[in-house]
Design a protein around this ligand. Structure first.
Ligand SMILES: Nc1nc2c(ncn2[C@@H]2O[C@H](COP(=O)(O)OP(=O)(O)OP(=O)(O)O)[C@@H](O)[C@H]2O)c(=O)[nH]1
Ligand SMILES: [Mg+2]
Length: 213
């Protein structure tokens, strides 16, 4: 991209994410998903990785998606319409050990079924916490997305909370994971919902999936 093209790319992202964003649906069961319509991007990752915070940072609304310091806050698939061009789906987290067993299986079953079977799902933003090592469940989700041929993009979160050297090492680790997974998009985006770092890049990358303005 030339510098002008890059500026246009960022501007398209800024514009889309400045559009009105409305919560319109919460699903607890797979037979209760909203009807498929336009393109969807889902935010997936371990409990507490910062999915809901990232949805808020992208849309510039502090309380659109509910966040919490306690893991296991988001318990449903929450659907948000962004300017009638893109649907954002804030998912429950996986790997939350303290959840009641039945509840845990319910959420995870829902999540996996949704990821495997949703025809309008164009990409998964797979969030990894820059402070924490990659866990087995992260690998399992990446394998599942490979099998389902759902493109995913690794997004590092909480970049503000690590040193530059640690972030660089984490980016290299994430890039190696992306190379090892056929469904992974090669670019890794490092973000902070707290400082806003990388948010403009992620907005622009996701705008490539959106319907026409
Ligand atoms: N330092 C820092 N903390 C963050 C950032 N993003 C989120 N957090 C914190 O991480 C915690 C979890 O954030 P959530 O957005 O609720 O995480 P989640 O992935 O939606 O969690 P579940 O819905 O429980 O799966 C909260 O205490 C946030 O304040 C970030 O960019 N930097
Ligand atoms: Mg959440």
């Amino acid at each position: 991209m030339t510098p002008e093209e890059h500026a246009d790319w960022l501007e398209a992202g800024r514009k889309l994410f400045a559009a009105e964003c409305k919560f319109f649906y919460a699903s607890q069961k797979l037979d209760q998903l909203p009807p498929t319509a336009g393109p969807e991007v889902a935010f997936a990752g371990r409990s507490n990785v910062g999915k809901s915070s990232l949805v808020n940072a992208l849309t510039g609304r502090k309380t659109l998606a509910r966040t919490s310091a306690q893991p296991g806050r988001t318990k449903q698939l929450n659907f948000f319409d962004l300017g009638e061009r893109l649907t954002l789906v804030d998912m429950p987290g996986y790997g939350y050990a303290r959840a009641n067993r039945d509840v845990k299986e319910d959420w995870q079953g829902l999540m996996f079924d949704y990821l495997r079977g949703r025809p309008t799902l164009r990409r998964v933003a797979l969030l990894l916490d820059a402070r924490i090592e990659v866990k087995e469940t992260d690998g399992q989700v990446m394998d599942l997305l490979d099998q389902a041929a759902v493109t995913f993009q690794i997004v590092l979160t909480k970049a503000d909370a690590v040193t530059g050297a640690k972030l660089a090492a984490k980016q290299a680790e994430a890039a190696a994971l992306a190379r090892a997974h056929p469904a992974a998009y090669p670019e890794i985006v490092s973000t902070s919902s707290q400082t806003g770092a990388g948010i403009d890049i992620l907005r622009a990358a996701l705008t490539e999936l959106a319907g026409p303005a």
